[in-house]
Ligand binder design. Structure first.
Ligand SMILES: Cc1cc2nc3c(=O)[nH]c(=O)nc-3n(C[C@H](O)[C@H](O)[C@H](O)COP(=O)(O)O)c2cc1C
Length: 426
């Protein structure tokens, strides 16, 4: 049996699935419903000095058929009264003692930070998350990402917090920097107990081409916001791995950015995370997605004979190498499953115009009479592009590194490929 429970720098959670600080964690009612749905933990919407939020505040970046690839937002921290938030947090912690409840906090000077922490401590929360990462609205006031971007300031504030509390303290990093490791060093030096990354990425999701106002639109214009959702996952994975692979970095990491399913969770854990946090996917699909995450991750761990997420943690890190360490002798070529090909020409166009001109049309056709493409095996650089653009996944990349070169070309010809000799197709 798989045990999904985790211990994140002393914060116990029945599973690694936490809600990230944001709209889904804005109230006690929401966090309670999330815990009932199966979430193991929640980071409350950031608490701080009172703010007033704008009305139109979310925008979306859409892909094919209107599918949302990412959200952008210009929302600030919690605009509810601090005492209301604190009362609801205490109530949630009392009702769900075995779930992880973390307070995200943001303040200005030392007195403000320490006063806020003392008030938050009284709620009985399991830990703190220091918001050094909000990239809009707050950073203009010297808070949020303005702190994460100044490692010395981040260290100083982390020390102020650690000075006044024994609560496990997580620092949340901004991706709006050149090197994420600078914040890692600042967190370690300041005495943090854990790291959470990433917050949103500075962005403009689009422009209305009639009135020329970027989205999300307000009457008199718009501003840059924070980008999140599936589109940012690759950036988040890279930042998590960049930090987790550092020999000097041993704090537990809570991975955030574009997580929406159990595979995303497993990938973040394989790159070194202890817990994962989700915001955009819940904003779009609701708390119920945790069921699939939980069942999927359990089944995967069981299949791999891993008793817990800890067994998976960091498994992919050794395989994340420097470019110069990669195998120059690894050779793959594209092969097309002609029976599955629909003759759409996508691979031909991509290869011919966008890559290395290694695909031609053969004389064979699909049932509907469209020409089936064929690989010029000796010209194929194994770049993967054709297999990536193929809408029916009928192109696979075949490893020929270990096979005798001449024979392998013959195999490819036997499968319908051409061999180019002295520029003549045979
Ligand atoms: C509308 C919105 C509000 C957010 N508010 C906060 C916040 O108050 N504090 C915080 O630390 N992060 C905040 N975030 C960032 C999320 O916690 C998370 O880091 C980010 O959205 C990336 O994760 P995702 O791709 O799962 O959404 C907010 C995100 C969104 C979309």
């Amino acid at each position: 049996m798989v045990d999904l429970s985790i211990d994140f720098c002393g914060i116990k959670s029945p599973n690694p699935f936490w809600l990230a600080s944001g709209p889904p964690t804005n109230s006690g009612d929401q966090v309670s419903r999330a815990f009932e749905a199966g979430w193991g933990g929640a980071v409350w919407k950031t608490l701080g000095n009172p703010v007033v939020n704008l009305n139109s505040r979310y925008g979306a970046f859409r892909g094919e058929r209107g599918r949302i690839l990412g959200f952008n937002n210009i929302e600030l921290i919690s605009d509810r009264g601090l005492s209301v938030n604190l009362r609801e947090m205490a109530e949630v912690k009392r009702r769900y003692p075995d779930h992880a409840l973390i307070a995200s906090v943001m303040a200005g000077d030392k007195d403000e930070w320490q006063e806020l922490i003392r008030r938050v401590e009284d709620t009985g929360v399991d830990g703190l998350e220091l918001n050094f990462s909000c990239p809009h609205g707050m950073c203009e006031r010297g808070l949020g990402s303005a702190v994460g971007q100044e490692p010395a300031v981040a260290t100083k504030i982390t020390r102020w917090v650690k000075e006044c509390t024994a609560l496990p303290t997580i620092v949340k990093f901004t991706p709006n920097v050149a090197d994420i490791c600078d914040q890692g060093r600042a967190a370690v030096t300041g005495g943090a107990d854990g790291a959470a990354l990433i917050n949103t990425i500075k962005s403009i999701v689009g422009v209305d081409l009639d009135d020329f106002i970027p989205f999300p639109k307000l009457r008199n214009g718009s501003t840059n916001g924070g980008y999140c959702g599936a589109a940012i996952k690759p950036i988040a994975l890279h930042m998590v791995a960049s930090l987790a692979r550092q020999p000097w970095f041993s704090l537990p990491i809570s991975g955030i950015g574009g997580i929406g399913g159990w595979r995303d969770c497993a990938e973040f854990i394989a790159l070194g995370c202890t817990s994962v946090q989700v915001c955009a996917a819940v904003m779009q699909h609701g708390f119920g997605i945790v069921k699939q995450m939980s069942e999927g991750l359990s089944a995967y761990l069981q299949e791999k004979s891993m008793a817990s997420p800890a067994a998976l943690r960091g498994k992919a890190l050794a395989n994340y190498k420097e470019w110069g360490e990669l195998d120059m002798n690894y050779k793959v070529v594209a092969t097309i499953d002609e029976a599955a090909c629909i003759g759409c020409n996508s691979c031909y166009t991509a290869c011919n115009d966008g890559a290395y001109q290694a695909i031609v049309h053969s004389s064979r056709t699909t049932e509907s009479g469209k020409p089936i493409p064929s690989i010029l095996a000796q010209r194929c650089t194994g770049c993967n592009l054709c297999s990536l653009v193929c809408p029916v996944h009928c192109i696979t990349m075949t490893d020929i590194s270990e096979t005798d070169t001449v024979e392998s070309w013959q195999d490819i010809v036997a499968r319908g490929g051409y061999v180019v000799t002295d520029g003549i197709k045979k």
